[in-house]
Write a protein that binds this ligand. Sequence first.
Ligand SMILES: CC(C)(COP(=O)(O)OP(=O)(O)OC[C@H]1O[C@@H](n2cnc3c(N)ncnc32)[C@H](O)[C@@H]1OP(=O)(O)O)[C@@H](O)C(=O)NCCC(=O)NCCS
Length: 168
Amino acid sequence: MKPEAIPEAKPVKASRITLSQLMQPEHANLRGDVHGGWIMKLADEAGALAAMRHAQCRVVTVAIDQMRFHQPIRIGDLVTLKAEVTYVGRTSMETRVQVIAEDPITGRQTHTNTAYLVYVALDDQRRPRPVPRLVPETEEEIRRMEAGAHRQAYRLAQREGDPQEAVP
Ligand SMILES: CC(C)(COP(=O)(O)OP(=O)(O)OC[C@H]1O[C@@H](n2cnc3c(N)ncnc32)[C@H](O)[C@@H]1OP(=O)(O)O)[C@@H](O)C(=O)NCCC(=O)NCCS
């Protein structure tokens, strides 16, 4: 079997994406507040796009860190999600997704939450495959990468203690 080629290293900025969507009545409850689950879906899409940009192959979500919403998002708000890869392992990629809601009439922007989601790159047989090394270029990117390594170690430690992992 041919040995798997080691992908070239890539900068954080190569993974960066922005996704915007206008919040409509179907995204909200009867009082006009957008469902948290809808924002989670958008965050997963944005994170997956950033991971795909980095790995240039299909990816699956393996973990989503807890999400806390600081401010409500309302029907009529323009929601923008900014995502980038913050840390990579051998086959996994952590992404950071920032969610910003804007009232298009007043222009007022609110940072509603930041989420961390982890993806695994897959080959054609759905097996995890190696991803390019991540090259941080700024102090902020270095800091985020170090924090990402700590978060990933914590996730994996939690996985060890998760009784569901033992379910056949
Ligand atoms: C993701 C999946 C391919 C991983 O398979 P696996 O047998 O656990 O593979 P591995 O143990 O080799 O893990 C692959 C990578 O995921 C990471 N990983 C596994 N579990 C993790 C967790 N709970 N949190 C963070 N990373 C995790 C591993 O550390 C490894 O990364 P690394 O190569 O960078 O070290 C498999 O679990 C899967 O297909 N899950 C379903 C994914 C899916 O369908 N998501 C959408 C939900 S509907």
